[in-house]
Design a protein around this ligand. Structure first.
Ligand code: MF3
Ligand code: CO
Length: 254
């Protein structure tokens, strides 16, 4: 595993990519509503990304046909936007998108609740977000990578939710996916040592029921095996000698 350490100039570009992505998510979150199609979400997202002078990193990635993954309810990740899929009250909608700014990438996801949902679903979305913040408490030089994984796992486990295992977080930089992969469950080892200048996309994917997932016939959409709801939360994070910097979040935001 070769984890790329970013230098000061690269970090500055990743900060800018992250700032832009945070704004894209904020604006997208304000605009997503029941009655629109998931394709509408994609159109708005692509326009926002380009309005900031960035490229949508997802578009064309391994043949992916859109700028954002829109994953509704039992869809875990990689939902493909469609004119036919209309969002409705009671849906939970995970939006995962990324930007490239001057050759450097940022990747982040948010789960939005539309209208009224059962208390259990609200809790799923909240615990998923909170598990990210628990995990990054360990994203410090001198700690080990899987300390983050273990912290996420320990936070979620008491609630009885299923932690997705087939998909993980990842290093990020010039490429959307760099080493290392970052599981959201406890490993038997502590993994590689963290160093200042590592940039990581940490992204818990958490299910109301089973941790098991299936792939749909479109080759992309991942759904829960029991078709119960799933939530996703992700940010691009910079490891430093002190507190981690959450690059894709406007401070004070979630
Ligand atoms: N953002 C996803 C991840 O976190 C990857 C999306 S794949 C794409 O790893 F093809 F949709 F871009
Ligand atoms: Co990611």
């Amino acid at each position: 595993m070769a984890i790329i350490i970013k230098n000061a100039e690269e970090i500055e570009l990743m900060r800018e990519a992250g700032r832009i992505l945070a704004k894209v998510h904020e604006e997208l979150g304000n605009q997503v509503h029941a009655g629109m199609s998931t394709k509408d979400v994609d159109r708005i997202c692509e326009e926002l990304i380009r309005s900031y002078g960035c490229e949508p990193s997802f578009l064309g990635y391994e043949g992916y046909p859109a700028s954002v993954c829109v994953s509704v309810n039992e869809e875990v990740v990689h939902g493909i936007p469609s004119d036919k899929r209309i969002l409705k009250e009671g849906d939970i909608v995970s939006l995962d998108t990324g930007v490239i700014y001057m050759g450097y990438q940022s990747d982040a996801a948010r789960t939005h609740i539309l209208g009224e949902v059962p208390e259990s679903v609200k809790k799923l979305v909240r615990i998923t977000e909170e598990s990210f913040f628990e995990g990054i408490k360990y994203a410090k030089a001198g700690n080990h990578l899987y300390d983050i994984s273990a912290a996420i796992d320990s936070y979620i486990k008491p609630h009885g939710f299923g932690i997705v295992r087939q998909l993980t977080g990842h290093g990020i930089g010039k490429d959307m996916h760099e080493d290392p992969y970052i599981p959201n469950y406890r490993k038997l080892t502590r993994g590689p040592k963290l160093e200042a200048g590592m940039t990581l996309a940490i992204e818990p994917m958490v299910n109301l029921g089973t941790w098991k997932v299936d792939w749909m016939d479109d080759g992309w959409t991942v759904v829960t095996a029991d078709r119960k709801y799933s939530a996703h939360y992700e940010n691009t994070v910079l490891v430093t000698d002190g507190e981690p910097e959450i690059l894709s979040l406007i401070s004070g935001d979630k």
